[in-house]
Design a protein around this ligand. Structure first.
Ligand SMILES: Nc1ncnc2c1ncn2[C@@H]1O[C@H](COP(=O)(O)OP(=O)(O)OP(=O)(O)O)[C@@H](O)[C@H]1O
Ligand SMILES: [Mg+2]
Length: 258
C-alpha cells in the first residue's frame, strides 16, 4: 500500500511540479523569510520618513528640495572657492554615511547654504536608510511660542519635538536668525532655550561603543561666538561643531539670490 507521502509525490509529478529536497525547501523558506523581513524593514523606513516629513518645518510652509547636481559652482564669481565648498560638502556626506557628527554651514545671506543642506538631505534619502528632517529655526520659534490655550499647537509641537530628538539627520536652518540679526545679538527666550536644550541633549547620545548616533546640521549667518551670546554655552557646544573639518565656510562666496 502507498503511503500518503508517495501519493502526494505522484500527484505533484503528474501536475508537472518538481519535488524539492529538504535542503532546497529550507533554502526557499529562508529566502521567503528574508524577503518578508526586507519588506517589513523598508515599509518601516517609509513610515518613519513620512512622520519626519510631516513634522518638518519649512520656511515658506512648502517642502523644498535641492540636489548636489543642481548646486553649481559656476553660479559664483569665484568658481574655485565654490568648487572647494561643494567638494567639502560631498566629502562630509560620504563620511556621514559611516559615522555621526555635527556639521556647521556658516556664511552670509544668499550664498547657497540652505541649497547645499537640502542637497545633503536629498543624498541621505536617495542613497542611505537614514531618516532626515528639516527645521527652519524661524518657523520653530513660532511653533515653540504657541499660545498655551491652543491645544492643537501644543500637540503639533509635541510631535515636532519627538521627531527632532529621534531622527538620524536633523537640519536646523538659519539658526540664530530667530533671535536677532547678525551684529545685533539678543538672547533667546527661556522657553526656546529649554526646547533646544532637550533636543541638543538627546541628540548628543552615544551607543555602547561610545560612538555618536545622530547628526545635526546647522546653517547660520551668525558666528559660533554670536550664537553663544544668544543661547546657553552648553547648548551651543552640543549643537554647533567647532571642529574645522566639519565646518563648511562659505567665505568668499556672494549673494546670488535673484
Ligand atoms: N551654487 C548654486 N547653484 C545653484 N543655485 C544656487 C547656488 N547657490 C545658491 N543657489 C540658489 O540661490 C538662492 C539662495 O540660496 P540659499 O537659499 O541656499 O542661500 P543661503 O546661504 O541659505 O541664504 P540665507 O543665509 O539668506 O538663508 C536659492 O534659490 C538657491 O537655490
Ligand atoms: Mg538659508
Amino acid at each position: 500500500m502507498q503511503s500518503v507521502s508517495d501519493v502526494a509525490k505522484e500527484w505533484i509529478r503528474s501536475k508537472g511540479g518538481t519535488l524539492l529536497s529538504s535542503e532546497e525547501l529550507n533554502s526557499r523558506l529562508a529566502e521567503i523569510d528574508q524577503q518578508a523581513s526586507d519588506k517589513a524593514l523598508s515599509d518601516y523606513l517609509e513610515l518613519k520618513r513620512r512622520v519626519y516629513q510631516r513634522d518638518s518645518l519649512w520656511p515658506s510652509g512648502r517642502k523644498a528640495t535641492f540636489t548636489f547636481e543642481r548646486w553649481l559652482p559656476e553660479r559664483q564669481p569665484d568658481v574655485a572657492t565654490a568648487t572647494a565648498v561643494k567638494k567639502q560638502a560631498t566629502d562630509l556626506f560620504k563620511r556621514l554615511r559611516r559615522e555621526a557628527f555635527n556639521v556647521f554651514l556658516h556664511g552670509s545671506a544668499g550664498v547657497g547654504k540652505t541649497a547645499m543642506t537640502l542637497a545633503i538631505l536629498d543624498a541621505f534619502e536617495r542613497f542611505t536608510n537614514k531618516t532626515t528632517m528639516f527645521v527652519s529655526a524661524v518657523s520653530l520659534r513660532e511653533a515653540v511660542m504657541f499660545d498655551f490655550n491652543d491645544y492643537r499647537a501644543r500637540a503639533r509641537l509635541e510631535h515636532i519635538e519627538k521627531s527632532m530628538l529621534e531622527v538620524d539627520v536633523l537640519v536646523i536652518d538659519d539658526f540664530g536668525s530667530e533671535v536677532g540679526m547678525a551684529g545685533s545679538v539678543r538672547q533667546a527666550t527661556e522657553r526656546l532655550q529649554q526646547f533646544y536644550m532637550r533636543v541638543a541633549d538627546a541628540r548628543y547620545e552615544v551607543d555602547e561603543n561610545g560612538r555618536r548616533t545622530k547628526c545635526t546640521i546647522i546653517t547660520s549667518n551668525n558666528t559660533h561666538g554670536e550664537l553663544r551670546a544668544m543661547y546657553n554655552d552648553k547648548l551651543i557646544s552640543r549643537l554647533v561643531t567647532k571642529k574645522p573639518d566639519n565646518i563648511i565656510l562659505f567665505a568668499g562666496l556672494e549673494d546670488i539670490r535673484e
